[in-house]
Design a protein around this ligand. Structure first.
Ligand SMILES: [Ca+2]
Ligand SMILES: [Ca+2]
Ligand SMILES: [Ca+2]
Ligand SMILES: [Ca+2]
Length: 209
């Protein structure tokens, strides 16, 4: 017998409460979500808000229960306003222990891949940011390290050349879909920052005088 989404939902509900201000959603393991055309809808992400989606890849043990899904990508659809900096992160809580190695992708409403990341987060976790100009429906997908194009077919079987053990593509994960208003701030160069703080200090002295 397979424990399906009800078990996943109840066992992960505790984790969902950990992020204050974020909406929580759970992968529905009873329904295929392996293509953008069959994506699971998880709602609207508002400016300054986030949706945390709890899901699994392959077979994982959660609190002693075996939770099973396929090894195909998980697609989630969401709506977002225009002029938003979107950040997609995939966190694997067991990553440091098992070399969990996800990939994350962002797709437009017609299935065009807009951005992809493998290891932009801590360890082998994924993180990407993308400026959304036009409001509408977009798709976020979570795959394993071995599926570069999110089609459910492994593109790489050996490790990534690091000489370490083969990364793991069966894992539980939290996909966070977060938005903030406007373009991401451009980091100020060090020299400019120093000049800026010197001017600020000067202005403060003038004001105090
Ligand atoms: Ca899944
Ligand atoms: Ca799935
Ligand atoms: Ca990765
Ligand atoms: Ca592939």
């Amino acid at each position: 017998m397979k424990f399906r989404s009800t078990v996943l939902a109840s066992t992960l509900a505790l984790m969902g409460t950990a992020s204050i201000g974020a909406q929580a959603a759970f992968e529905n393991l009873a329904v295929d979500n392996s293509t953008f055309a069959t994506a699971q809808a998880v709602g609207a992400v508002g400016s300054g808000g986030a949706i945390n989606v709890f899901g699994v890849r392959g077979s994982v043990s959660l609190f002693g229960f075996l939770v099973e899904d396929d090894n195909k990508p998980d697609f989630y659809s969401f709506t977002i306003g225009g002029n938003q900096t979107l950040t997609l992160t995939v966190d694997t809580p067991d990553g440091p222990q098992f070399n969990d190695d996800p990939m994350v992708g962002l797709f437009s409403a017609d299935g065009t891949r807009l951005a992809v990341d493998d290891d932009g987060g801590p360890g082998y976790d994924s993180k990407l940011t993308y400026l959304i100009n036009n409001p509408g429906t977009y798709y976020a997908a979570v795959a394993g390290f071995d599926d570069f194009n999110f089609d459910g077919i492994a593109d790489l079987f050996a490790d990534e050349g690091s000489g370490s053990s083969i990364p793991n593509s069966n894992f539980q994960y939290t996909l966070q879909i977060a938005a903030v208003n406007g373009p991401a701030p451009v980091p100020v160069p060090a020299a400019g920052w120093l000049l800026g703080s010197a001017l600020l200090a000067f202005a403060r002295r003038r004001k105090a005088a």
